[in-house]
Each structure stands twice: as C-alpha cells, then as structure tokens.
Ligand binder design. Structure first.
Ligand SMILES: Nc1nc2c(c(=O)[nH]1)N[C@H]1C(S)=C(S)[C@@H](COP(=O)(O)OP(=O)(O)OC[C@H]3O[C@@H](n4cnc5c(=O)[nH]c(N)nc54)[C@H](O)[C@@H]3O)O[C@H]1N2
Ligand SMILES: Nc1nc2c(c(=O)[nH]1)N[C@H]1C(S)=C(S)[C@@H](COP(=O)(O)OP(=O)(O)OC[C@H]3O[C@@H](n4cnc5c(=O)[nH]c(N)nc54)[C@H](O)[C@@H]3O)O[C@H]1N2
Ligand code: SF4
Ligand SMILES: [Mo]
Length: 673
C-alpha cells in the first residue's frame, strides 16, 4: 500500500499548536505523530492528539446531514441530502427574516478549530445576512484587558525565554494539562538551576514540577500581588533605577495603594501565612531574572481583569521586564500578523446589528424579545455543555419555536437539540492557516485526506448556504485556499522577512516580532503603566470576586482535564476510559462533614442547578473548595447534567468575560449513594 506523510498542525484551542506528521494511505490517516522539525514542539504531542486518527475516523463521526424526527434533545434523526438540508434552512430563515427580521438569527461559534479561515468562515455570511452578532468572550478576554492596561501592546516574550530565568512562577496555570511544551521548558529551566513556584487553588498535576506550592483562596491573587509589592517595597527589594526610567505611577502606588495591603491583611484575604508571603517576596525580589507564566483561570472571576492587571505590575517593581529570562508571559498576541477583515468582512453589514454575549446564551434564548432569537446556527462549539448556566441553555435549546442548525463532527449534546445537523470535516480534510497564542509560529495546512462521508468544511458550508439564500456576492464562492492566498498577499510588518517558501510548504514559521527597545514598552507613555490614566480606576487595587449566594459554603473550581480539551476529546473512548468518571475532588474534612465517601455518588447544588459527580476525597484540595475537572458530555455524566449547570452567566469586571471559576455550591450524598 502506498504510504504518504504530510505535515499538519493541531487545530485545537491550545497555546502550543503542535506540528503534526500524518501518515495517509488510501485516503485515510493511519498514524499521527509529532513533527520533529517543528522548532517549538519538536516532535512531541500531548496524549490527546497522539491518536488523532481515532478522532478523524471515529465511528462516531457524522457523515450525512440529519433532520430531527424526535423531541429536541432525544438524538432522533433521519438522514437527508445536503440539497434538502440547505433548502430547508434557507426556507426557514427566509420565513424568520420576513416575520422577525434577520437579527432573530444568531450564529454561535468558538473554539473547535483555531484555523483563521475556518474559524471565521461564518462571519461574512452573517454580516451579509444582517443576523445578530456574537460577542465571543467565553475564554479569557479579562486577561487581555488586564495585561493591556499595564503593558499596552508590548509583545509577550518568546516562551523559550524562560530558560534564562532563575525563578519561575507558574501562576494559576495547570501547564501539565494546558501547555505541555511550556511545562517541558520549565522542567529544563529547573534542571539548569531555576526554582519553580506554583500558585494555584488546589494541587494540580503541575505541582510535580514545583519546588514550592502556594494554594490560595480562589479569586484573591490580586491581593497576593499587592501584598508582595508591599513587602518588596518595605524590604528594599525594588529596582529603583528601572522604576524611575521605565515605570509610570510607582510613587502613587506606594502612597495610595500599598499602605492598604500589609502582610496581615493580605494573609487574611488570601489564606496564605505572613511567613509564606515573606518567603515568596524574598525569593522574587532576590532573583536575578524572575519569570511569571500567567494562566487564564484566575481571569474567569468577577474581578478577573483587575487581578491580571495587578499581577502584571509586579515584575515592574523588580525590573524583571528589562531582563533576559525575566518578566511575564500571559499570551502572545499575533492578531497584527494578518488583516482578518478580509475574511470577516464587517463591511458586508449594512447597519451595525445587535451583539449578544456568548456567555449569556441562556438568557438570550429564553428572555430576549425585540426580536427574540428564533434561529440559532452553531458551528465548532458545543454550548449545551461549555456555556455557563446549562439549565438555562438547555431550556432555550428545547424551545419548539427555535430553529437550530448545528454543524459538527460528532453528535454532541448541542447537536442533539438541532432541527438540522450538518456533518463537518476535521482539520485533516480542510485547508487553513494557523497562529498560536502561546508562541509566535504560524503554519499553513492543506486538506490531506478526502472528506469523511459527506462532511463539509465550515467554509464550504457557508458557500452552499449563500447559494441557497441567493446571495450573488462572488466573495462567497472563494475557496479556503483562495482566501488564505488573499490574506497572505497583504503585507504586514509582523510577517516581514519570514520564510514564505517554508510557509507554503507547510512548515511552521516564526513571525518577526519587533522587541521594542526605545522605549521598552508599547504603551502611550512608553513605560509600564502601573498608573493608567485611561482606566476608570487609574491605579490597581484589590477587588473581591463575586459574592456567594447565601448558604453555599464551597467554591467550585471547574478546571481543565488532562485528557480532554473543554468538551473536545470526549468522543474518544480510549481517552475517556483513561479519564475515568466525572468526578468532584473534595477535601477529607468537607467529605467527613457531610458523610461523603470516596467513590460515592454526590450531588453538588446551588441556586442554578444540581449535578451528580463521583466523589474523590483528596488532600490535594483544601477545605472550602471543590474541583471538577473537564467539561463532560451529558452522555457520560453520572446524572443528567454536567458542571456548567452550576456556573452563572455573570461577567467579569472588564472584557465581558466568563466567570466559570467564580461560583459556590454545597454538597449532599446522592440518593443512591
Ligand atoms: N488538557 C487541556 N488542555 C487545554 C484545555 C483543556 O480544557 N484541557 N483548554 C484549552 C483552552 S480553551 C485554554 S483557554 C487554555 C488555557 O486553559 P485554562 O482553562 O485557562 O487553563 P490554565 O491557564 O491552565 O488555568 C487553569 C488553572 O487556574 C487555576 N485557578 C482557578 N482559579 C484560580 C485562582 O483564583 N487563582 C489561581 N492562582 N489559580 C486559579 C485552576 O485551578 C487551574 O489549575 O488551555 C487549552 N488547553
Ligand atoms: N465549566 C467550564 N466551562 C468551560 C471552561 C472551563 O474551564 N470550565 N472553559 C471555557 C473555555 S476556556 C472555552 S475556550 C470554551 C470552549 O468551548 P467550545 O468552543 O465549544 O470548544 P469545545 O468544547 O472544544 O467544542 C468544539 C466543538 O467543535 C467541533 N469542531 C471541531 N472542529 C470543527 C470544524 O472544523 N468545524 C465544525 N463545524 N466543528 C468543529 C468539535 O467536534 C467540538 O464538538 O469552553 C469554556 N467552558
Ligand atoms: S492539544 Fe495542545 S498540546 Fe496537544 S497536540 Fe494539540 S496543541 Fe499540542
Ligand atoms: Mo479557552
């Protein structure tokens, strides 16, 4: 049999964007390994992607369009043709537009693929249609806002810089799950002598990498950062030369903010002893080049943007931003590398249409009126399980008068509620262009196997829908490859001098990121802006997270799972079996207090809903909080709901982000425990 090997890239919403080598024979991917020539990921993949061919050729793949025949949610469908599917969709949409206006149609998409074309392929269509727009803020916009408030557009360092650091703080990041190549870099830095601190709310698998672990009260990181600044200042550990030259507002911070955060108060706010605070401040203040890797979990709180902003000020006090191997890495922002408006086509909108926040889908489906949401078009997202307030979302999806289309690779919980399901290609069956939020590499991919069954890519599906709707705009007939060629034809400074031939050949190519040197920082003042006069609060301070609703004593952490990526990979029986059961980790004292045994069924509840889990009693979780790892499909949950039935639609302080970690629950043994 002829075997061919092709380069590709992991399409998932993960900071690493690993390079892949895919072995293909007779139109099937039979083996997927890491590409050893990828400069950052060097041939290593996480355990999830190591068997990607099992996702691509899964017996669960959807291969034909489906029309609902049973009640919504039941998963009863019959196969129909693409022609019938698109004609039905167009007829229903025309009817809705006639009766309610086009804004009654809402697209919903997010992170199934990171490819710039396929990810955004619906934008021009819905702009042209005049549908409602979706505010895509489910992930970590508050983190972006917090970073930008202090550093403006200053590029993050290359992640490899951590190798030159002598102290690494993994701050609110479970790198063993969400950033394995950074995990490996830190492991290397540690072998070179760096000390590693982990700051989290429970002992995650990443703790194996840490010399010191600090478990603080959820949502209190801003107070911790201010307490550390107080100690650095009082103990003479600040870099006065750097502060004078490169920082705006240190004196104001010193006079107006820090006096409120002495160690005793910070110990109370964070739950960390004064001795531990001093140890961390001393280690940080005496390091030659301390490097902070900031995760995103701590930004998913009512105070998330302010928390990130405050932490981002910390390296300025010790001059770490000026040192090789020092500073802070939150994420790389490479949006400037491409003119995405050539793909998204905002200019197709004749008037600006309404914007609906994706975190508030439950409310949008159940309560919006002028006009109500009458049609939902979901692609590469699984809101029935990933969006907060699952009971509201499912109630909305169950509405008989809502016309729902879901374009998916699998019969997800969302697809089960669809009137029409369209089968989607996987990343190996479609062309795209990828950038990463954890590195500066970009990579172009081509379809390397034919579509599985009758599946079609996001782009091709919108071409068909445009045709069915009678859009005569020629733009909708462009293929993915043509769109990507057009995107790459527009020069951008970030792509100047890159190896275009290597990019065309499918290799990962690093962007040419300008490292500002004079001034050092891409902010209006050219300095690190501890004081930012454009912010409503010009100085950072500690904001508490959301209040608990009365009577719920336990904070719920809804953390990433090692062997799944949000709700992706639950289609893989092999990975799911290794994940075990949908569990809730809790402390021995909280278990004893409620008579909950390890391995027993337990019900977590609050005002929003109830979810059954299998209890895992572990000293890795401090008392007063519980941890649910992974966003499970309902099919594999012990009860009828998964974790987001317990999370609220409240938003972050800035950025309109999700607050998945900012929720409270109580527990009781489940009825048949
Ligand atoms: N295996 C795996 N990989 C993934 C994902 C996944 O679900 N699983 N998700 C992907 C996606 S979409 C994203 S956005 C990225 C990043 O995915 P994220 O979900 O942002 O993961 P992390 O940045 O690792 O941050 C989560 C960590 O924050 C901790 N945390 C929660 N609250 C607090 C707090 O108040 N203070 C502190 N200090 N820590 C806190 C949690 O316990 C957890 O360890 O990863 C991607 N990669
Ligand atoms: N409780 C809790 N909830 C969370 C989180 C959490 O930490 N805790 N994390 C949140 C975060 S950070 C994020 S980013 C969101 C992510 O939420 P989503 O964006 O919904 O991501 P996934 O759950 O990975 O689901 C993506 C779906 O896209 C499909 N898909 C993949 N490729 C394609 C394609 O090319 N075309 C089409 N049409 N479909 C495709 C996959 O089969 C999969 O079902 O979840 C959020 N939800
Ligand atoms: S999920 Fe992340 S770590 Fe795993 S292969 Fe994809 S990019 Fe790499
Ligand atoms: Mo995310």
């Amino acid at each position: 049999m002829p075997f061919e090997t092709h380069r590709s890239v992991c399409p998932y919403d993960c900071p690493d964007s690993c390079g892949l080598l895919v072995t293909v024979t007779l139109g099937r991917a039979v083996r997927v390994t890491g590409d050893p020539e990828h400069p950052y990921t060097k041939g290593k993949l996480c355990p999830k992607m190591a068997g990607y061919q099992r996702t691509v050729h899964s017996p669960r793949r959807l291969t034909r369009p489906l029309l609902r025949t049973g009640p919504k949610g039941s998963g009863q469908f019959r196969e129909i043709s693409w022609d019938e599917a698109t004609a039905t969709i167009a007829a229903r949409w025309r009817d809705i537009i006639h009766n309610f206006g086009a804004q009654a149609i809402l697209p919903y998409s997010y992170g199934g693929t990171k490819g710039l074309f396929q990810r955004n392929a619906g934008h021009p269509f819905f702009h042209y249609l005049g549908g409602s727009r979706l505010e895509r803020t489910i992930c970590s916009p508050a983190k972006e806002v917090g970073l930008a408030a202090v550093l403006g557009e200053t590029p993050a360092p290359r992640p490899e810089e951590v190798l030159a650091g002598d102290l690494v703080i993994l701050w609110g990041i479970n790198a063993a799950a969400t950033s394995i190549h950074f995990f490996n870099l830190v492991s290397q830095a540690r072998k070179n002598g760096a000390r590693v601190w982990l700051i989290d709310t429970y002992e995650t698998p990443t703790a194996v990498l840490a010399d010191e672990v600090i478990l603080l009260r959820p949502g209190s990181d801003g107070a911790l950062a201010l307490g550390l600044m107080w100690l650095l200042d009082q103990n003479g550990l600040t870099d006065t030369t750097f502060l004078e030259r490169h920082v705006q507002g240190f004196r104001e911070l010193q006079e107006q903010v820090l006096p409120h955060y002495p160690p005793a108060r910070v110990a109370e706010l964070t739950g960390i002893s004064e001795e531990r605070l001093t140890e961390l401040a001393t280690a940080y203040g005496s390091a030659r080049a301390p490097f902070i890797r900031l995760g995103s979990g701590l930004s998913r709180y009512g105070n998330g943007a302010m928390t990130v902003r405050t932490i981002t000020c910390l390296p300025a006090l010790v001059g770490a931003y000026g040192k090789k191997g020092g500073g802070l890495f939150g994420e790389t922002s490479t949006s400037g590398a491409f003119d995405l408006s050539t793909i998204t086509r905002e200019d197709f909108m004749t008037t600006p249409t309404r914007i609906i926040n994706m975190n508030r889908l439950g409310t949008a489906l159940n309560s919006l009126t002028v006009p109500p949401v009458k049609a939902l078009y979901v692609y590469h997202s699984n809101p029935a399980v990933v969006a907060p307030d699952q009971n509201q979302v499912l109630q909305g999806l169950a509405r008989e008068d809502l016309f729902t289309v879901v374009h998916e690779r699998f019969l997800t919980d969302t697809a089960r509620y669809a009137d029409i399901v369209l089968p989607a290609t996987s990343s190996l069956e479609q062309s795209d262009l990828y950038r990463s939020y954890g590195t500066y590499y970009i990579q172009r991919t081509r379809a390397i196997i034919p579509p599985v069954g009758e599946s079609r890519s996001n782009g091709e599906t919108f071409t068909l829908l445009a045709q069915a709707m009678g859009f005569d705009e020629p733009f909708f007939r462009l293929s993915a490859d043509e769109q990507i060629d057009r995107l790459l034809a527009i020069p951008r400074p970030l792509r100047e001098g890159i190896d275009s031939a290597a990019l065309a050949a499918g290799k990962a190519v690093e962007l040419s990121v300008p490292q500002p040197n004079d001034p050092l920082f891409a902010t209006p003042s050219g300095k690190v802006e501890i004081l930012n006069p454009r912010e409503e609060s010009p100085l950072p301070s500690y904001l508490p997270p959301h209040e608990a609703a009365a009577g719920y004593p336990l904070r719920l952490m809804t953390a990433p799972a090692l062997l799944a990526l949000n709700s992706t990979f639950f289609e893989r029986d092999d990975l799911r079996q290794r994940l075990g059961e949908m569990s809730l980790l809790l402390s021995p004292s909280d278990a004893a207090l409620r008579g909950i045994r390890d391995g027993a069924k337990v019900t977590a509840f609050n005002d929003l809903g109830e979810v059954e889990f299998i209890a895992r009693v572990t000293p890795k979780v401090p008392s007063g909080r519980v941890v649910a790892e992974g966003v499970w499909w309902l099919e594999f949950a012990p009860g009828t709901r998964s974790v987001n039935a317990l999370t609220s639609q409240r938003l972050t302080d800035q950025g309109e982000g999700s607050t998945f970690y900012d929720n409270w629950v109580d527990l009781r043994p489940a009825p048949d425990a």
